[in-house]
Design a protein around this ligand. Structure first.
Ligand code: GRF
Length: 201
């Protein structure tokens, strides 16, 4: 069985969409894969409860624990890597994971680390993507599933979805429209990745 570890920091709706799709589409038989753990960088992430309700084991690796270390970012990433590697994952999915990862972390999971970003990359990497798209007068916005490289929000694109920006949109209304698409393209891109990984053996 190939293990999938999902990293979250917040509401975890993408994590839930992937886990529910895995159950509905029976990834265990179809792809010999299962979501084996959900790890949060925040103890208060709402997604932790959702993961428990979905029957998934959860763990917290809080970045605050490492704040007083000489190199907090490296110390956090090391602890996170240890927690992830306990599961020997075939794929590690960032789903609303709000930490910038060190190059050492990204290199360690090269080719098996995937992220979803709420913009049509390469437009609007970084934060506040929906407000920035509205402010720029974009007629379309969307989301991108991509492989993670050391260059933030710039890895090879696996999937994208486009939504219209409507007059009167706020960052919140646009975010909600984009999020419904995220819940479709992220599970689909992961399933495709599982197929391509199997073919490469
Ligand atoms: C999503 O919009 C995702 O693209 C971004 O953060 C949000 C997380 O939402 N990286 P959720 O935690 O999956 O509900």
């Amino acid at each position: 069985m190939r293990n999938i570890v999902i990293l979250i920091s917040g509401s975890g709706s993408n994590m839930a969409a992937i886990a529910q799709t895995a159950q509905r589409e029976d990834w265990a038989h179809k792809h010999q894969a299962r979501v084996c753990a959900v790890i949060s960088s925040r103890p208060d992430a709402k997604g932790l409860q959702m993961a428990t309700e979905l029957g998934l084991p959860t763990q917290v690796v809080s970045h605050q624990t490492y704040a007083t270390q000489p190199d907090p970012r490296a110390a956090f990433d090391l602890a996170l890597m240890q927690a992830i590697d306990d599961h020997q994952p075939a794929l590690v999915l960032l789903a609303g994971f709000m930490r910038i990862l060190t190059p050492a972390f990204v290199a360690h999971y090269a080719d098996r680390l995937i992220n979803i970003h709420p913009s049509l990359l390469p437009a609007f990497p970084g934060l506040n993507t929906h407000q920035r798209a509205i402010d720029a007068g974009c007629r379309f916005a969307g989301a991108t599933v991509h492989q993670v490289t050391a260059d933030l929000d710039h890895g090879p694109i696996l999937a994208q979805a486009v939504v219209p920006v409507l007059s009167g949109d706020t960052a919140n209304t646009l975010a909600a429209r984009v999020l419904t698409q995220e819940h479709l393209i992220y599970p689909k891109a992961v399933a495709e990745m599982l197929v391509s990984l199997r073919q490469s053996f």
